[in-house]
Design a protein around this ligand. Structure first.
Ligand code: CP
Length: 335
């Protein structure tokens, strides 16, 4: 299916599942076409505001460049740095640091733009609350225009689109191909957004997915069962293990990411889970992928990141091509 400009106009993209697998196929085909030959300036006259409640390098640059290439205008704001600090709690007595509430800010930005794109994650101490993306949904309720999620505690759909495009480039035919998502150590407890979104991408691609994580650091069972059903519907599978080394045997892609535990009693991070040359040697010449930013010699060893197996720059570059495809379908016009 070829997507026309504005095919998804009026819709929000808050999680990868807001697009059907068939729509994913169409977006990925559009992204691949745009990567080869560019796309028409379908967003001329369209205005996008990107709001970043947490820092960004790839997401901000890809959204701004893609909107510019499509002929539109993008403005990026960082509340608390170059824009007002925003209160997010409903019913708050606003006598603290934040002079503006998300309700008014979202409404004001929505009154000026055709679309609002929001990065809204702090990691909460409550894994259950983290899955609800409360702040993102507040923006979506109050903006009056559609919202694209630029990473919330539980979802990073724009990263997922780039993950899927890269899987297709690396693997060619993706159905049934073994790929590993491995938990990795980190100095902080990070959100679930990227691992869950990568799994959505790999499931849409019909991969034979293995998820490795230490005991106590498993991803939420409810999400895993939905992702397993999606993978199976696309000809793939999803299995979990606590044995990282065995899980690497024969895989064609290793995707590393740290995430916070679902069991609050989980202990200190286990540095032995860093991806190193010994782990990669167990694979079938696997590509190493990470969404970036990545901490060298904590998440992954220099020997892997500096080897030809590392395809992290290719993945980051694909953020531009998938952002362009999404913006074309989301804010494009047929005029
Ligand atoms: N992968 C990713 O979202 O990168 P940034 O945090 O730099 O945007």
């Amino acid at each position: 299916v070829s997507l026309r400009p504005g095919a998804f106009r009026g819709r929000s993209l808050l999680a990868p599942g807001d697009c059907t697998p068939e729509e994913w196929d169409a977006l990925l085909a559009l992204a691949a076409r745009g990567k080869r030959e560019g796309l028409p300036a379908a967003c001329t006259g369209q205005r996008l505001v990107n709001l970043f409640a947490a820092p960004s390098l790839r997401t901000r640059v890809s959204m701004e460049l893609a909107m510019g290439e499509l002929g539109g205008t993008a403005v990026s704001l960082t509340p608390g740095a170059d824009a007002w600090t925003l209160e997010t709690r409903d019913g708050a007595v606003m006598d603290g640091a934040a002079p503006e509430h998300v309700r008014e800010a979202a409404g004001a930005l929505g009154a000026m733009a055709h679309g609002l794109a929001v990065r809204s994650f702090p990691v909460t101490p409550d894994p259950a609350a983290e899955l609800e993306d409360v702040v993102l949904h507040a923006y979506a309720r109050h903006a009056g225009v559609p919202v694209t999620n630029l990473e919330s505690p539980s979802a990073h759909p724009m990263q997922a689109l780039a993950d899927a495009l890269t899987l297709r480039e690396v693997l060619g035919t993706t159905v049934g191909q073994p790929v590993l998502l491995t938990w990795a150590p980190h100095v902080k407890r990070l959100p679930l957004a990227v691992p869950l979104s990568f799994l959505h991408a790999a499931a849409v691609c019909g991969c034979a997915i293995r998820v490795a994580a230490p005991a106590g650091w498993a991803l939420p069972a409810s999400r895993l069962s939905a992702l397993r059903a999606l993978a199976e519907s696309r000809g793939g599978s999803l299995a979990t293990t606590t044995d990282q080394a065995a899980a690497a045997d024969g895989v064609r892609v290793v995707y590393a990411k740290s995430w916070a535990p679902t069991a609050p009693e989980a202990g200190d991070m286990d540095r032995r889970w860093m991806v190193d040359a010994a782990l990669m040697a167990r694979t079938r010449g696997a590509a190493f992928l990470h969404c970036l930013p990545v901490r060298r010699n904590v998440v992954v060893a220099d020997a892997v990141l500096d080897s030809p197996a590392a395809r992290v720059a290719q993945l980051a570059g694909n953020r531009l091509h998938t952002a362009r495809a999404w913006l074309y379908a989301w804010l494009g016009t047929d005029r």
